[in-house]
Design a protein. Structure first.
Length: 609
């Protein structure tokens, strides 16, 4: 196939080739290395080879602005950059269009020598998110350039509603792109998390107090949150990847919701209806117009033009600002805080819209100016709301203080009653805590207490203390005792057994537990193997000496079997319990009324249960 060369009419605008092998890891803005073309009107869309081969009025980039700004234009625009690999190894680069709201974005990487497509992607927020080969909120193309290869990089963008977004076009190494994407996602996560925290806080305060200012502010934050998620591409990626029409409608609906809820919040915070009734009327009309426009766009999505809502938003901002100035002039301090909040938001929005209309030099920071301004606005509005509530609280406190002086005697009596009731509740809580830690039948500590104490003792031994002895025991043939003697007999035997076990404990640190049914456990902190064996034998013999009759003729007397072990360094509660259970099983199998020992090993202490 013939080698691609630019037509004579376009040769002067041919961009300088960018050596991808020489990239040091930082992102490269492609606009200074590009040329640009506005697609001829009233003609079919150009194909990439057609755009390269045929003579078209490509224009060179003559300034240092890193971001294309096409303004409001329904016509498609093209940008062309050239990549070359002067190295001796294939190089992979990531081409990113860092703007999620462009309707149609088509990216091609075309081999200069053969005219073949190296890579391509056709995306944009008018196409389902699943069309993307790389799951990211911005359109992304992965390009591999072989040694000595020259690649023509083309991007075509178009907006159906004429609101063409900026084109931040940049080239990354894959590791740098991954780091930058992660950092940006974390920053947005913090931003959205802060909004969500404020939203939940104000929503809960509204539910608790029914103070309307909190409710309107929570609604305002909710609209900002969903609008920004949509505006920044997260909603299309995570929430409605197939609903491309709704994605455009949501921008209008929640933008209208922002200004309507902002107006309602301002009316409640500043009492605008009382101080500036005429401006209040204008604001009410603008809020109704914004909501009506949003409803119309929801009914006819193809008519969505954000510029219409921009006019309504500007009018709302100016009237709210005028109301706040007039109220502040009358001595209302909270209005000054409100003015600062509006100024922060307007400053960020002004930078954004001036760049969109190509009236201001576009920088990466300018693309995020709305977010920066909104953060300041949220904080100042929250402060204004807190200031107003605190002032109301002080006024209420003054009235309450006067009332308290008249009812001091009654308050003293009530305080004494509360103190008495508090003491009773403390005593009841102490009893409840004891009940929660002890078995109701035997009075011994229960399974919950056992689990806590065992974990604590093992933690102590892991820090270098002496091991803990663990005895797991139960009544022999307890089911037969219950079946033949009745549950009353069984419960009485359990109580007696608990008493005998407690009587045999010679140290205050040794603890006895009923951990379920006829199963009991004994923890022996700072214990040796010989001591654990001796205590096990002492417990077994003590029960045998009681000579409690067993209703089963084969058993004659009530006896117990015991599994004995010692904790190892790496033991968990589960492994220690399993080892004692094996020992108990061995004692049962050996004829009951005896104890069996299980030696701790590294295999036991690391094996899962």
């Amino acid at each position: 196939m013939a080698t691609l060369t630019p037509a004579a009419g376009a040769a002067a605008a041919q961009p300088m080739a960018l050596d991808v092998a020489a990239m040091d890891g930082a992102a490269v803005w492609l606009r200074p290395h590009s040329r640009v073309l506005r697609e001829p009107p009233d003609s079919p869309p150009l194909a990439p080879l057609q755009a390269l081969r045929e003579p078209h009025p490509w224009a060179p980039v003559t300034d240092g602005n890193p971001i294309f700004q096409f303004g409001f234009d329904r016509q498609a625009w093209w940008a062309h950059a050239v990549l070359v690999n002067t190295g001796d190894k294939p190089v992979t680069r990531v081409v990113e269009v860092a703007e999620p709201l462009i309707d149609w974005v088509d990216l091609w990487a075309i081999d200069r020598a053969s005219g073949g497509t190296v890579a391509s992607v056709h995306t944009g927020d008018r196409r389902p998110f699943d069309n993307r080969t790389y799951a990211y909120r911005h359109p992304v193309l992965m390009v591999t350039v072989t040694p000595g290869q020259t690649v023509d990089l083309l991007v075509r963008v178009q907006a159906l509603d004429g609101g063409l977004q900026p084109l931040p076009w940049r080239l990354w190494t894959p590791p740098a792109f991954a780091r930058a994407a992660l950092t940006e996602t974390l920053l947005y996560g913090a931003y959205y998390g802060a909004i969500l925290v404020l939203l939940l806080y104000n929503g809960l305060v509204y539910l608790g107090t029914r103070e309307r200012s909190f409710g309107w502010y929570a609604l305002f934050l909710g609209c900002v949150l969903v609008w920004n998620l949509t505006y920044r591409g997260f909603a299309l990626q995570y929430f409605w990847p197939q609903a491309v029409t709704w994605n455009h409608v949501a921008l209008v609906v929640f933008s209208a919701g922002i200004w309507a809820s902002m107006a309602a919040f301002s009316w409640s915070l500043l009492d605008i209806r009382r101080y500036t009734p005429r401006l209040y009327g204008v604001q009410a009309l603008l809020a109704a117009a914004a909501l009506a426009y949003a409803a119309w766009i929801a009914w006819r999505p193809e008519a969505a033009v954000l510029g219409t809502l921009d006019v309504i938003s500007l009018g709302m901002f100016l009237t709210l600002f005028a109301s706040a100035i007039r109220i502040a002039w009358q001595g209302e301090r909270v209005a000054w805080i409100y003015i600062a909040a509006l100024a922060a938001l307007f400053g960020g929005a002004a930078v954004y819209y001036l760049t969109r209309h190509d009236l201001l030099y576009t920088t990466p920071l300018a693309l995020h100016a709305i977010n920066v301004g909104s953060v300041v606005e949220f904080l100042l509005l929250a402060f204004a709301l807190a200031y107003r509530i605190n002032r109301l609280k002080r006024e209420r406190d003054a009235a309450r203080h006067a009332l308290l002086e008249e009812t001091q005697a009654a308050a003293d009596r009530l305080e004494r009653q509360v103190a008495s009731r508090t003491a009773e509740l403390a005593e009841a809580n102490e009893r409840l805590h004891s009940l929660a830690q002890h078995d109701a039948l035997t009075g011994l500590r229960n399974r919950r207490s056992f689990d806590q104490d065992l974990a604590n003792e093992l933690a102590r031994t892991h820090r270098g203390g002496l091991p803990v002895g663990f005895l797991l025991l139960d009544l022999d043939r307890f089911k037969r005792l219950n079946d033949l003697g009745g549950h009353v007999k069984g419960d009485e035997t359990l109580r007696q057994l608990g008493r005998v076990l407690l009587d045999q404990m010679q140290r205050q640190s040794d603890q006895v537990y009923r951990i379920g049914g006829e199963e009991f456990a004994v923890l022996l902190p700072h214990c040796s193997e010989d001591a654990a064996r001796q205590i096990a034998e002492r417990l077994r013999a003590a029960v045998e000496r009681e000579h409690w009759p067993h209703p089963d003729p084969e058993s004659r007397w009530v006896t117990i079997s015991i599994g004995v072990t010692l904790s190892a360094t790496c033991d968990t509660p589960e492994t220690l319990y399993e080892r004692a259970d094996r020992a108990l099983y061995e004692a049962k199998r050996g004829g009951r009324n005896r104890w069996a020992w299980q030696q701790p090993t590294e295999a036991d202490s690391s094996a899962p249960v």
